[in-house]
Design a protein around this ligand. Sequence first.
Ligand SMILES: Cc1ncc(COP(=O)(O)O)c(C=O)c1O
Length: 384
Amino acid sequence: MNKRIYLDNAGTTPMAPEVIDTMTEMMKNVFGNASATNYYGREAKNILETSRYTIAQSINAKDSEIIFTSGGTESDNTAIMQTAMLRQTEGKHIISTKIEHEAVLKPLKRLEKMGFEVTYLDVDEKGQINLEDLKKAIRPDTILVTIMTINNEVGSVQPIKEIGEIVAESNAWFHTDAVQAYGEIPLDVEEMKIDLLSTSAHKLNGPKLIGFLYERDGIDLPSYLQGGDQELKRRAGTENVPAIAGFAKAAELHSNDAIEKNREKYLSFKKALVEGLKENGIDFEINGNLEENMAPQVINIWFKGIKSDVLLTNLDLDGIVGAAGSACTAGSLNPSHVLVAMFGADNPRVYESLRFSFSIENTMDDIHQLVETLTKIITRLKNR
Ligand SMILES: Cc1ncc(COP(=O)(O)O)c(C=O)c1O
C-alpha cells in the first residue's frame, strides 16, 4: 500500500511539532494553578496571559474579551444558552441557519422547547444565506443571530462582514461559529462587527478540548459552568495552561501571513484534484464551488452514481482518509442536513458526496495519490 494520507482535517488536525514542543515544555515546568498567588501560580498566570494576548491580537480583540473554554462545543453552547438566559426578558427570538453544526443546532432545539422561537435561514446551492432573508427575519424581539463563518461539511463562507453590519443595526447580538474559519481565513471582530465568536484549537494543529469564546466588552455572559471565578468569572474551572500555550502556538503558526500562503497552496491542491479527475474521465461536480466564497481548506465533491460510504470505505482500505457528511446507521444512509439544505432530500448528491480537507502537513504528492486512487476505485465500482 502507498503511504497513508489524511484528508479529514476539518474533522481534526494532527498537532504541529512546535505545538507539541511548547506543551511538553509547559507540562514539565509549569504546573501551577493560574489562580494561585504563589510563585508557581504566578508563573502559570504569566503564560496564560501571554497566550491570551497572542490570541486576542489574532482577531483584533482586547485581552479581556477572550475566554478560554473546552473548545467549539462549549463556546457555541455558552454563547447561545447564556445569551438566551441573560436577554430573555428583552425577547425570545433567535435567527440561525439550516446548515449549522450540532453544537449550535442542539442548544437552539433546547431553547425552542423552553419557549424561544428560532428562525432557520435557508441556503442556496452554494451553501450561502440570502442577506435579504436575514434582514426580513430580524424583529424587535430578536436577541441573537448565530451564523457560522465557514461550514464544516461543504466549506461555504458566509458574508460575515455584511451580516455583522446588518445585525449591528438591530437589537440582536451577532454570534459566529468560527471553528472552521479561525486560522484559515483572516478574522477581525471589529471590522466584522462580531459580538461573540467560537473557536477550537484542534482544527488548526493545536490540542483537543481547548478553544476560546470571544465576547465583546460589555456583554458579560454569566459562566455556563458553575464553580470558581476563573476567566474573570466567565468560565469556571482551573485553566489548562499547557493546552492554552499550545493553542497560542498554533495560532501563531496560522498568522495572517501563513493563512495567505496556505490558501494559495490549498487552492493549487483543489485545482490539481479537479483537473486530474477530469482528465481521468471521472463524472463529478463540486458541491459549492472551487474558490468563490469557499473555505480554502475544504472541498466537497459529488461522485455521480457512487454511494459515499462505499467510496469512503474503499479509499480507507487504500490508505486515504476523507469524510462523508452522511453517516451510515444500520445499513441505511442518513444524509447530511447541510447537503439536504443545499440540494433537497431527493437529490442523489446527498448520498454520493465526499469531503476532503487539507492541513499544513499535506503535499501535492498526496493530491496526486488521491486522484490516482479515486480513479482506480471509481472505475472498478462502475464496472462491477
Ligand atoms: C463548525 C463546527 N462547530 C463546532 C464544532 C465543535 O468543536 P469541538 O470539537 O471543539 O467541540 C466543530 C467540530 O467539528 C465544527 O466543525
